[in-house]
Unconditional design. Structure first.
Length: 100
């Protein structure tokens, strides 16, 4: 289960405390997190999300954790792929696409 799906499941849980807003609002924010963190949303939507985060410690904590995870992943150097592996991968992709 992905991190975002797991977070949404937690937010849907009857044990999850909400802070004067509906669970649906949390789910709506979680669905937009990727675009929000990538600055792909309008100023108005970003403002709404920031307002929600300020009122919902659970979502705010999740966003902080996600930002940290993304930051850590950005510092990892990918392992180089061998030419033989690249060739096999290309062949498999072309075969799967029906062009091999």
């Amino acid at each position: 289960m992905s991190t975002a799906r797991r977070a949404m499941a937690i937010h849907r849980s009857p044990l999850h405390p909400h802070h004067g807003h509906s669970k649906a609002r949390c789910v709506k924010v979680l669905r937009r997190l990727s675009a929000y963190l990538d600055d792909e949303l309008s100023v108005g939507i970003c403002k709404e999300i920031r307002k929600h985060l300020g009122a919902c410690p659970n979502c705010e904590e999740f966003v902080a954790s996600l930002r940290q995870t993304v930051s850590l992943c950005g510092h990892v150097n990918p392992a180089p792929l061998s030419p033989a592996f690249k060739a096999r991968l290309r062949t498999q992709i072309l075969q799967a696409a029906g062009r091999g």
